[in-house]
Write a protein that binds this ligand. Structure first.
Ligand code: ADP
Ligand code: NI
Length: 195
């Protein structure tokens, strides 16, 4: 089995018990997005992009109580990835998160690609679906969940690193803006009656 196939298997076993926004499917989409972006970035190392994408949520503190990228490290060590490369991948992974790195850019091209790939999965149709899944999981009303679009999702298109992601983000952004307009129109009458 190739290293990448082994990483995909590892991701499925790791996320088996997690529904909602952070599941194995999210990671698989981030991996697909990352490989698509990487095709347009001749200077990147494809294996590093793939492994960083596949392991980017393996130590997410909201899901796992690991420290120092323990899950990612243990997978990479078991598969004989060189120590320098493990460090490089962990650094890329740790630069991805929006909430933990506001305003900072990853310092490697591979980190930038995976950050863009993760952010693309937070916007557009899939972003809308994940956001309401998250709201539902946390017992929030629809109207309260809408706030997350203004706090985070509508800001993402201007924070993309690569040209490929900027282009895709533009159309996904527009889709969200249209969705919000339509949502507002469809719910307006009931809101007016309430106030
Ligand atoms: P990051 O890994 O960049 O810190 P999060 O893990 O906080 O991002 O968010 C992942 C996804 O979970 C978001 O893209 C969104 O769909 C959903 N989510 C996170 N916070 C909220 C929220 N307050 N309301 C609705 N959805 C949320
Ligand atoms: Ni993610």
């Amino acid at each position: 089995m190739s290293l990448i196939d082994a990483a995909i298997d590892y991701v499925y076993s790791l996320f088996r018990d997690n529904a909602g926004g952070h599941d194995a499917e999210h990671t698989l989409r981030v991996y697909q997005n990352a490989m698509m972006i990487a095709q347009q970035e001749p200077d990147c190392d494809l294996e590093t992009v793939a492994l960083s994408a596949l392991l980017h949520d393996a130590d997410d503190h909201k899901l796992f109580h690991t420290e120092n990228n323990a899950n990612a490290r243990s997978f990479l060590t078991q598969h004989d990835v060189e120590p320098d490369k493990i460090e490089y991948i962990c650094k890329a992974i740790n630069a991805v998160s929006f909430s933990q790195n506001r305003g900072k850019r990853p310092d490697s091209l591979e980190g930038m690609i995976v950050q863009d790939a993760d952010r693309l999965d937070a916007i557009g149709a899939i972003g809308i679906a994940r956001t309401f899944a998250f709201g539902g999981e946390h017992g929030r009303p629809l109207e309260a969940t809408i706030q997350h679009f203004h706090d985070k999702l509508l800001l993402l298109k201007d924070e993309m690193n690569t040209e490929t992601a900027k282009r895709i983000a533009e159309s996904r952004h527009l889709f969200m803006v249209n969705f919000l307009q339509e949502f507002d129109a469809e719910t307006k009458a009931a809101r007016l009656r309430k106030s």
